[in-house]
Design a protein around this ligand. Structure first.
Ligand SMILES: [Zn+2]
Ligand SMILES: [Zn+2]
Length: 100
């Protein structure tokens, strides 16, 4: 059974790994935790499935465009985040693995 929320400990570990910056734009404002693989799609609360995003990039990742300047789609964001996390965890990395 997956726990519902990211623990404070995990959240801090993800922020620390990412240097308290957005993984996409390096902003340090309003940083938030994002699940690469959505919880509804079986994504875990592991640091290997979590990434730091600023509020704007987080909105973009969820398809909510806040800034007219952005050309990226949620798919572009996902691809960038896959590459970002793969730099840390590949080759033994599969956030899409189904299981405990
Ligand atoms: Zn950002
Ligand atoms: Zn998110």
């Amino acid at each position: 059974m997956l726990s519902a929320k990211v623990s404070n400990q995990t959240r801090k570990a993800v922020y620390a790994r990412d240097g308290y910056r957005c993984a996409l734009c390096d902003s340090t404002k309003y940083i938030q935790i994002h699940h690469l693989v959505k919880r509804s799609q079986g994504g875990s609360n592991s640091v290997q499935n979590l990434v730091t995003l600023c509020a704007d990039c987080h909105a973009l990742a969820h398809g909510i465009i806040l800034n007219d300047g952005w050309e990226a789609t949620p798919q572009d964001v996902e691809q960038a985040l896959v590459e970002y996390l793969a730099d840390y965890y590949a080759p033994d990395w599969n956030p899409w693995a189904v299981g405990p």
